[in-house]
Design a protein around this ligand. Structure first.
Ligand code: ZN
Ligand code: ZN
Length: 270
């Protein structure tokens, strides 16, 4: 064991490349790149910064402890939620799941897309605050690990591919960055290549819920069979669930036994 300059204890591992990692079985494979990212995350956790929501003191991440609790409290409130899509319900029937039977089995969200947390997502996606991926992944990983029942052990995480137009506009895919950070925090494999975007489609911003459901049909394709696999689709925001539904349908057609959504934020019904 070693003690870092900021007082954290870390395990000392022998140096090895990805190619020379001993075969400890799929669930125990240690990846040198992952260890480096973990070390980097521990060092970043010591850096004092201003909280992006209240301006108070935070350490190594854009949120102070109080704002982080406030953000996650939105999902822990007394609202009754749809057991499938995690929508806070004002009526017994879920309006999103009633509109079409979802092809996905479950959604896990870290918080509601509402003030003050919506600012985090807006800064991440629109102001290109790339580093917000880490704090969003922290909160989402916390939500995933708190689930009972837990996700199946061999779950594979797959980010929603961005359109070429969105990639040109932002310079990065928020879902892919979130999934990459999530892979450092959860014991599930990340396989972005399991999902392809067939065409750009029309941007969903400004569309009604009904229009969103039609506009994403047949946008995505799973290029190989995934017999009985457990797939977790990673995205930053789930609005109507139409994107997740469309992707889950592709994966189920490719043989997946279980498909869930892991999203940082769930948009309340408006
Ligand atoms: Zn704060
Ligand atoms: Zn629902």
């Amino acid at each position: 064991m070693q003690l870092t300059s900021c007082g954290h204890t870390i395990m000392a591992y022998p140096s090895f490349s990805r190619e020379s990692v001993p075969n400890w079985g799929a669930a125990r494979v240690v990846d040198a790149g992952r260890l480096a990212r973990l070390g980097q995350a521990r060092m970043l956790a010591c850096v004092p910064v201003d909280c992006t929501l209240c301006g108070g003191a935070a350490r190594g991440q854009p949120l102070c402890d109080a704002c982080r609790i406030d953000v996650m409290r939105t999902m822990a409130g007394p609202a009754i939620r749809c057991s499938v899509c995690a929508l806070a319900l004002a009526q017994p029937a879920c309006p999103d799941c009633s509109a079409r039977a979802p092809a996905f089995d479950r959604v896990i969200a870290a918080f509601d897309y509402a003030s003050p947390a919506d600012l985090l997502i807006q800064q991440f996606k629109q102001a290109h605050r790339f580093s917000h991926a880490r704090v969003l992944a922290d909160m989402l990983a916390q939500a995933v690990l708190a689930q009972n029942p837990a996700l199946p052990r061999h779950t594979i995480m797959v980010p929603v591919p961005a359109s070429r137009a969105a990639l040109r506009r932002r310079g990065f895919n928020p879902a892919a960055e979130l999934a990459r950070s999530l892979a450092c925090r959860l014991p599930y494999a990340l396989r972005p290549g399991l999902l392809q975007r067939v065409r750009d489609g029309v941007g969903q911003t400004g569309q009604s819920r009904a229009e969103r459901m039609c506009s994403v049909a047949h946008l995505y394709h799973c290029p190989k069979r995934v017999e009985n696999a457990s797939i977790a689709i990673v995205d930053d925001v789930l609005t109507t669930g139409s994107t997740l539904h469309s992707i889950a349908r592709e994966f189920k057609a490719a043989g997946a036994g279980y498909v869930c959504g892991l999203v940082a934020a769930r948009t309340p019904y408006r």
